[in-house]
Design a protein. Sequence first.
Length: 460
Amino acid sequence: MRILPALAALTFVLSGCVQTTDTPVAMNTAAPVMRGVALAPMQSFNSHASQPVARGNIDVARDFLDLGFRLESGRDLPVLTRFEGPIRVAVMGQVPPSAHADLSRVMTRIRNEAGIDIRPVRPGETASITVDFQPRAAMRRAVPSAACFVVPRVGSFAEYRAARGNGSTDWATLTRRDRAAIIVPSDTSPQEVRDCLHEELAQAIGPLNDLYRLPDSVFNDDNFHTVLTAFDMLVLRVHYDTALSNGMTEAEVAARLPAILARLNPAGEGRGGRGDATLAPRPWIEATNVALSPRSSDGARTRAAERMLSIARAQGWQDNRLAFSWFALGRAQVGQDMGAATRSFRAAQAIWQRLPGGEVRVAHIDMQLAAFALSDGRFSEALALTDRAIPVVRRAENAALLATLLMIRSEANTALNRPAEAEAARLDSLGWARYGFGTEAEVRARLSDISGLAANGRDG
């Protein structure tokens, strides 16, 4: 399940009053909306360059077991379950225009990179998985905290609502998978639709859990990774390896994992294990939910982020969870103490710089710091930060973050009297913004917000 709070946590917030729906940006003074700006055609990603799995097989094995034999609620799953034979996928409901291409693309990647026979359903075939596109309001009435979700033994959102409460949609009761429905919002940005398709399709066929400790995976509720990574594809390939089968217990799977991983990921052999592979305790997860929730007050977010950091230190973590605690604290401190926020973000960045798969998270921090630099009149520094982040973000296929970085770059070039460079960055940003943010109103609001940051910098 892709949760809502973390979706809002990945973009910068500056003190003030203007906010967009999914990716809040505020500023010290309100800027006028940039009316009359022609929006470029929507862009989307066509090719994917996977990075190699950068961790040892000892770590991968432990992560596989915790992903495959636990639910996000913390409950244990008694046995391994998966689909048998070809997996066929259907779509229904209010299908957004971009969804068919993005669904086809992720299925192609799963076939090629994970070796799983997954394709669109053909006439006369029965769908294994149905992607049902529903209005966000209807989804939230059923599952308030979910951006999208997957349920077993049903073929639609209507079937899920009818079956709720009778136990049939409990994943822990499965011994194999035959049917599943993925519920995705029909009225959100193309990027959020794509992100949901990646994570929920992977969970429909593979592991059901999310682990905050993973730095290089979509199976992580911090949602920094938006498309399936090389690690995720390895996990799916292992899940469907011929040495495993439906009904195996965790101990049985654990006994076979070393040989499977030696065969599928030989580069991971003999590499040291991670220092702490424990599961995050519930108090830390609960604090995370409060710290990232748009419904929490500023004070509640700050207190919750401080609890996250306190628990992380008490646990002795030196991994993604410690960095994410610093990130949450920095986000809560913005608008109250910019110096403290910067120090918290840099503490998170220092940890992420040494973690496999941490490049995307470092790029998020660079975007935060570039926004601060733009608002403070340090335009050359803002350009340098976007220079470093943009190639990483393009590879990660995060259009919303890419558009934001390009908008910052455009405003910094304008302030430095480089009109040609400013115009090129602005035009590039608009096509990605339409994919990342969705509506024209949100694109224009983001343009206006970042223009206001640059105005603050020039006036300062």
